[in-house]
Ligand binder design. Structure first.
Ligand SMILES: Nc1ncnc2c1ncn2[C@@H]1O[C@H](COP(=O)(O)OP(=O)(O)OP(=O)(O)O)[C@@H](O)[C@H]1O
Ligand SMILES: Cc1ncsc1CCO
Length: 522
């Protein structure tokens, strides 16, 4: 056995010998294709074959994996590992105990351990496991004896407590029904602060694929692009922009947006379609109001952002939203979720759960009732789409956005007389805007359409991008209110559209620092 290699757990392939998954393919040929596609580690698992067959197959597999410099681990069977000189083993909680395995195998053997709970994970780390296989992520047809389905929340809890990602800890891969469609959200939603998965383990997503090489290569590309999608501000050593820097950057970002024609794809409600499209145009974006899920993949590749606004959701639009978020996640372009009326009915609460399960979001935006509904702990009972009276103070609202931002790994924007925005690290209160925004329908929805195109345009720091979009919107609203033509909500609307456009033209001559009522909160 060579020295223990630096483990690259990015794409971890677990083999399967059953006819439902492997069909009549040869496992060595499938693994070879998968290695060509980029799998970084392979585990040979066959719970039923005789020892002789296991050793023969493991030996053949080892010849393949060595060719690609990929470590081969054997599931459960230390004897097979020793017999073929594989790089290590993976053991479950009911298999050979970790310390026994350590005694039996050579010192450089890789030993991975399955963990379904914080306790199991802590014990495995204490015992010197080289990595953890965390799961079961989702119910999986390849493993009938699934002890516990823990989902992304359970994985996040384990990662948070085990301090993965620090140099004192071990790598972690998630396992259980992970495939190309859900891999990005699995990585994104499992992350707890700096603690994140080192990769994912898959079985049928590669073994049962028509083309295992292509399946592996697509998975690896999605895994790597998701890793890059993490906020720059949370990367160690990168100092997030704050205060002065934001004021300095905002006019330039707004000016760039005004002449960008960046795509703002809206899967929005039937009430605000026209208003939101006009708001987008006035800010310099190019709107498309399309609820056709079938065209989402093409639109997702155009470099813009997507709004999913549940205002007039139906069963049909729900499937369009799901197609939309999947397409934009896959393309790596931003998605904003606006859970309109989320706190009003049980149907909407269920829709939120479905959408959070389907993909991941760069921004979750809503009024207090809606943000409460996403948190699963409503602070106000919504009467329809409006928020309802609030009993939370400023500090509680700031806490709400911050904790949801940390939980969902995204920006959270809670609108109202004062808006609260957080990326889980930085939180600001923005008190610009006009009272008339609260008296017209769709002002929150249209703000979402603007924020998403700012995110698509300014990729360096989503938090700064969102602030630029909010200020463009709210400073224009202030100017519209001051315009003599504005006598109430009706005449406010055309004045507002005008000012969105005009502010874009003269932003460079404005002192944003003076105009913005923006307070940084701890
Ligand atoms: N009284 C107010 N003063 C200043 N700005 C306001 C006021 N009320 C709302 N706004 C602004 O209006 C925008 C929309 O916020 P609001 O909370 O009303 O959204 P919403 O309830 O989701 O709206 P809708 O469902 O009609 O789209 C935000 O930019 C917010 O700051
Ligand atoms: C009034 C209304 N009803 C469903 S969506 C919507 C627009 C504001 O949210």
């Amino acid at each position: 056995m060579p020295n223990k290699p630096d483990l690259d757990l990015s794409l971890y392939l677990v083999t399967d010998a059953t006819s439902e998954i492997l069909g009549d393919n040869d496992v060595c040929q499938v693994v070879e294709k998968a290695c060509k596609g980029g799998v970084t580690i392979v585990q040979y698992r066959d719970k039923h074959a005789d020892t002789g067959v296991l050793i023969k197959t493991a030996s053949e597999l080892h010849t393949v994996t060595q060719k690609y410099n990929v470590p081969l681990l054997i599931n459960d069977r230390l004897d097979v590992c020793l017999a073929v000189g594989a790089e290590g083993v993976h053991i479950g909680q009911d298999d050979t105990p970790l310390e026994a395995a350590r005694r039996i195998l050579p010192p450089n053997a890789i030993i991975g351990v399955t963990a379904s709970s914080v306790q199991e994970a802590e014990a495995a780390i204490q015992g010197g496991a080289d990595y953890l296989g965390i799961g079961t992520m989702f119910a999986t047809p390849t493993k009938k004896d699934t002890k516990s389905i823990i989902g992304t929340r359970g994985t996040q809890e384990i990662l948070a407590r085990c301090m993965t990602g620090t140099k004192h800890s071990v790598g972690c891969v998630a396992i259980g029904s992970i495939n190309a469609a859900n891999v990005q959200r699995v990585i994104h939603q499992s992350t707890a602060d700096e603690n994140r998965l080192s990769g994912v383990a898959v079985v049928s997503a590669i073994i049962a694929a028509a083309d295992p090489q292509e399946a592996a290569s697509e998975l690896l590309q999605r895994i790597r692009s998701t890793a890059e999608k993490f906020y720059i501000s949370t990367r160690p050593g990168v100092h997030p922009a704050s205060g002065e820097v934001i004021f300095q950057q905002t006019p330039g970002i707004i000016e760039k947006h005004v002449s960008s024609s960046i795509l703002s794809h809206n899967m929005t409600n039937t009430v605000v379609q026209n208003f939101a499209a006009n708001v987008c145009l006035a800010t310099g974006a190019s709107p498309i109001m399309s609820l056709n899920g079938a065209e989402a993949p093409d639109l997702a590749r155009l470099g813009g952002g997507l709004v999913i606004n549940m205002g007039t959701a139906t069963a049909d639009t729900m499937s369009a939203y799901q197609a939309g978020v999947k397409a934009y996640n896959a393309a790596g372009n931003p998605v904003l979720l606006d859970p309109v009326g989320g706190g009003a009915t049980s149907v909407r609460r269920e829709a939120i759960r479905t959408l959070l399960r389907t993909g991941f979001y760069d921004v979750i935006k809503g009024n207090e009732g809606e943000i409460g509904a996403v948190m699963g702990a409503s602070t106000v009972q919504q009467r329809g789409v409006d928020s309802g009276p609030s009993s939370s103070n400023a500090q509680q609202k700031a806490e709400m956005v911050k904790s949801l931002a940390r939980r969902e790994r995204c920006l959270v924007l809670m609108t109202g007389v004062t808006d609260y925005l957080s990326d889980g690290r930085r939180t600001v209160a923005i008190s610009n805007g006009s009272k008339w925004l609260g008296k017209i329908t769709g002002s929150g929805c249209a703000l979402g359409s603007v924020v998403v195109s700012y995110l698509a345009l300014h990729r360096a720091d989503k938090f700064v991008a969102a602030i630029a979009g909010i200020l463009h919107y709210e400073l224009a609203a202030e100017r519209a209110e001051q315009n003599p033509s504005c006598r109430g909500p009706g005449s406010f609307i055309p004045a507002f559209i005008d000012e969105l456009y005009l502010l874009g033209q003269d932003i460079k001559s404005q002192d944003v620092r003076k105009l913005a009522r923006l307070e940084f909160l701890e």
